[in-house]
Ligand binder design. Sequence first.
Ligand code: LLP
Length: 405
Amino acid sequence: LSNDLKSYLGYQGGELHFGLHPRPLRDFTQGYSRPTYIYDIDIIRTRFQKMKKALNGVGIYYAMKANSNLELLKVLKSEGSKIDVVSGGEIDRALQAGFTPDDIVFSGVGKTVRDLSRAMELSIYQINVESIPELLRIIELAGAKNSKVAIALRLNPNISIDTHPYIATGLHENKFGIELSVLPEIQKILQTHNDRIELRALSLHLGSQMLEFSGLREALRILKPVYKDLQIKFPSLQRFDFGGGLGINYETTDLFKEQQDLDSYAKVIFEELSDLKAELQTEPGRWIVAHAGVLLTQVQYVKETPYRTFLVLDSGMNHLIRPALYQAEHQILPLNICGSGRKAYDVVGPICESADFFAKNRELNEAQQNDFLVLADTGAYGFSMASVYNLQDLPEEILFSSGSR
Ligand code: LLP
């Protein structure tokens, strides 16, 4: 197998290696002062290119909420990515990384007057509108500025996908997107204010960590006729944005299976959408960056009680909230596996909350105080969701290129 079909993380000679061109993670422990996210630029590049190849011709707008590290964004920009943002802060970061307003799609349910004004002053490429009051706010702002704004409508097709309820977004009970039943009202508003607003795109995002695509197919089948009908009424409608959400494997890193999943995903997209008169757009986050990052942490205490053995780390839910929030299980790996026994641990952080754990009753190699441990597949929704709760420091971030020596 070539490097990028094996794992990006594994043991060689008992030592944990990471990268498209595997490097010993021990190298990163010199000068360690606090928990550190380590990202391999070459994995980011290869993931982006794989997706670009599979979704040939589709505009890729990387969803920067997954990881908004400035240097990482520059890498994606240099690969030809465009960008999906959800706040004024993310617009600023995108511009700082070298993206132009024309590269930016602005999503999100709660856009403020300030954020919308900024987006409109910059004439960013596309604002994805999620409700009637948002549409009315944009029209009002456009009137005040005597300008015209290009928008997309994010639709909610009421389709469920197999994922954690906190990251499903395409159901009526979710706050996201516009219900199809209000489309007649929306059309009236668009027609009345056609001097202020122009419908350019429809968008959809069913949720995240999707590994099975029948729900996606169903949603596309619902939205296709909607698109065709609206295109007759609004000829400016020329784009269809099918969102992000392609999942990865957290349990084992089976990159061969992931390539197959990517291909099946692309197949569904092209089978359903190729007869549409539309430029296609997508907003992937996790798939591009999750495997490209690991979190390096250090054991502070091995705390034995009559009931449990705790590994108390210097990092917890403040740096990686996915286990606490979604019961996510990340692999936890020691830097070397020479000659140690196995033992069941609760792996916990320093934060004063009982939800502050990375794993419960997880069998790991026996660990000692000051040992380093690595949390796998934390390049997506790791640092970007980190907080300063308890006034703990934010983690450090290091980007390296595993291929350059
Ligand atoms: N587009 C929209 C409108 C979104 O809301 C999202 C993610 C994406 C694209 C990118 O989705 P992705 O390709 O990364 O699945 N914090 C959670 C994931 C939350 C996703 C939020 N929206 C986690 O750690 O699993």
